[in-house]
Design a protein around this ligand. Structure first.
Ligand code: AP5
Ligand code: MG
Length: 214
């Protein structure tokens, strides 16, 4: 099964993709995570992407299409995949259609996680993750069970993303409305779109997604 999770910054794409990855044994492909890995590695792609990401702007379509194209061929995608953060523009959606055709694959569901912009700033500025295993948390909505200790791996080191500040979030939301929101219609007109209420608590959003998939 192949899925796309759509939604603005902070909608819960990453949180929900991790849960669906385990529930359906399919690979989570987050283009944001892939780009952050390139930035950490200091690669040419990372150097080009870093400034754009810190400014809350999208990286060029060709760059991201190149990254995702090779990734779909890996073994962990054999059962299927969840695209988290891709496609993000109409040209990316069109390029994905071509890639799927060439690989004789199809998209099963496109899930739009619908949320209010105002709530997203709070979600993003309160987000942190385990520096060792990457498990995601929120200061108010998803605290570790024991304060200061990662539930998943026991590490006591946490980190925050360079683009998780109130100013950059507003730029990311602008980019979402201008460049990404049009792909909702792109998929709706193809009969693939399912909408879920992303303002509900995390567990309820997971239940809505599973109900729509099953
Ligand atoms: P990316 O990493 O994809 O960031 P984003 O789209 O801004 O989305 P986020 O990861 O911030 O939010 P999320 O929806 O995953 O929310 P999460 O589950 O963490 O992209 C970063 C940058 O990379 C882009 O700005 C761009 O520069 C570049 N890029 C990436 N892909 C690209 C592409 N295809 N084309 C061009 N450029 C690209 O949740 C947020 C917080 O809220 C967490 O703390 C969580 O615990 C909490 N939370 C989640 N759900 C709920 C809930 N229901 N209730 C309460 N709290 C919740
Ligand atoms: Mg994310």
């Amino acid at each position: 099964m192949n899925l796309i999770l759509l939604g603005p910054p902070g909608a819960g794409k990453g949180t929900q993709a991790t849960r669906l990855e385990h529930a359906y044994e399919i690979a989570q492909l987050s283009t944001g995570e892939m780009l952050r890995a390139e930035v950490s590695a200091g690669s040419e792609i990372g150097k080009k992407a870093d400034g754009l990401m810190k400014a809350g702007q999208l990286v060029p379509d060709e760059m991201i299409i190149g990254i995702i194209g090779g990734r779909l061929d890996r073994d962990d995608c054999r059962n299927g995949f969840i695209l988290d953060g891709f496609p993000r523009t109409v040209p990316q959606a069109a390029a994905l259609d071509v890639m799927l055709d060439e690989k004789h694959l199809r998209m099963d569901h496109v899930m739009s996680i619908e949320v209010d912009d105002e709530a997203m700033v709070k979600r993003i500025t309160g987000r942190f993750s385990c520096a060792k295993c990457g498990a995601g948390y929120h200061e108010e909505f998803q605290k570790p069970k024991v304060d200061g200790v990662c539930d998943a791996c026991g590490s006591t080191e946490f980190s925050r993303r360079a683009d998780d500040n109130a100013e950059t979030v507003r730029e990311r939301l602008k980019a979402y409305h201008a460049q990404t929101a049009p792909i909702i219609d792109y998929y709706d007109s193809r009969g693939l779109l399912r909408r879920v209420d992303g303002m509900e608590p995390i567990d309820n959003v997971t239940s809505q997604l599973k109900a729509a998939i099953d």
